[in-house]
Write a protein that binds this ligand. Structure first.
Ligand code: C2E
Ligand code: CA
Ligand code: CA
Ligand code: CA
Length: 279
């Protein structure tokens, strides 16, 4: 057992070094990515059940890396959070998303689309002037605050402090607050007392259970909590018609997932909206 421990150590250390070298390289490339125009946003429909009309979109960032192709945010967002680049990157994302939302608002045949959701990291929320930055972007892009949803995770705001202050300041601006991946953090329910949430995004892990016989207890309990507190609930990661139907039966009004649409370019969202408005 001792030998094995040694072997593990011997294998672990070089990995760590490689990892930190790669992280530093990725971080440096990330620094240039925005200016180089390698970042873009895709948009995933958020629909109303049962008909599936698109009432919102979630903006999701993609990095078109010159060598590696499309890099997933699951990979580079944590790097950007650690080296602080998420602050300027997040600002770019917000501006781009608000600009696009204002464009949709002014196009014909897109009226069903009411809101755009943008993910915001704890690191951004902890910037003392974050809400002022958002107010500036709304002003600059001409987007009304009620058309913007800021998605925050429970872990980002549960320790109170500056992050929670920012959430309150956004709420006072009239921006909606969604608790992302709801139910997966440590403080989900307690947080509903201190955080001015408007929307609960029920995590995919609970949605996955929805068709498995009577395994849907958590999804069922969460919609009860949401409606008891007059919050909207959006089911995340809906992949089948069967899940959508069960969620609707449980009382869910909003859903998002591959069943309704993958994240896609803005023009594709426009086409879907305009096609539905003519139908
Ligand atoms: P998230 O905010 O929970 O976003 C949902 C993720 O689930 C997205 O992955 C989306 O493509 C994926 N998804 C949606 N529907 C389905 C489905 O039916 N099945 C499955 N298997 N997956 C589905 P994505 O775009 O790779 O983003 C991953 C995470 O990266 C996001 O999780 C979010 O935490 C972070 N992220 C993405 N864009 C941004 C951003 O602009 N800013 C920040 N701070 N974080 C971002
Ligand atoms: Ca999200
Ligand atoms: Ca989520
Ligand atoms: Ca997630």
């Amino acid at each position: 057992a001792k030998d094995r421990g040694k072997q593990c150590m011997a294998r672990y250390e070089p990995d760590m070094d490689l990892h930190s070298i790669e992280e530093a390289r990725l971080g440096a490339q990330l620094r240039h990515a925005i200016d180089a125009g390698e970042m873009r946003l895709v948009y995933q429909p958020i629909v109303e059940l049962p008909h599936g009309r698109i009432v919102g979109v979630e903006a999701l960032v993609r990095w078109q890396h010159p060598q590696h192709g499309v890099v997933s945010p699951g990979l580079f967002v944590p790097v950007a959070e650690r080296n602080g680049l998420i602050v300027p990157l997040g600002e770019w994302i917000l501006r781009e998303a608000c600009r696009q939302a204002a464009r949709w608002r002014d196009l014909p045949g897109t009226r069903s689309l009411r809101k755009i959701s943008v993910n915001v990291s704890a690191r951004q929320l902890r910037e003392p002037d974050f809400a002022a930055t958002v107010a500036g972007i709304l002003h600059e892009t001409g987007l009304e605050p009620h058309r913007l949803v800021v998605e925050v995770t429970e872990t980002a705001v549960f320790d109170g402090g500056a992050a929670l202050d920012s959430v309150w300041a956004l709420h006072r601006l009239g921006v909606s607050i969604a608790l992302d991946d709801f139910g997966t953090g440590h403080s989900s329910l307690g947080l509903l007392r201190t955080c001015p949430a408007d929307i609960l995004k029920v995590d995919k892990s609970f949605v996955d259970e929805v068709t498995a016989g009577d395994q849907d207890v958590i999804a069922a309990a969460l919609i009860q909590i949401a409606s008891g507190l007059h919050l909207q609930a959006t089911a995340e990661g809906v992949e089948t018609a069967d899940q959508a139907e069960h969620l609707h039966r449980l009382g869910y009004r909003f859903a998002q997932g591959y069943h309704f649409g993958r994240p896609m370019a803005a023009e594709n969202i426009t086409e879907l909206l305009q096609a539905a408005s003519k139908a």
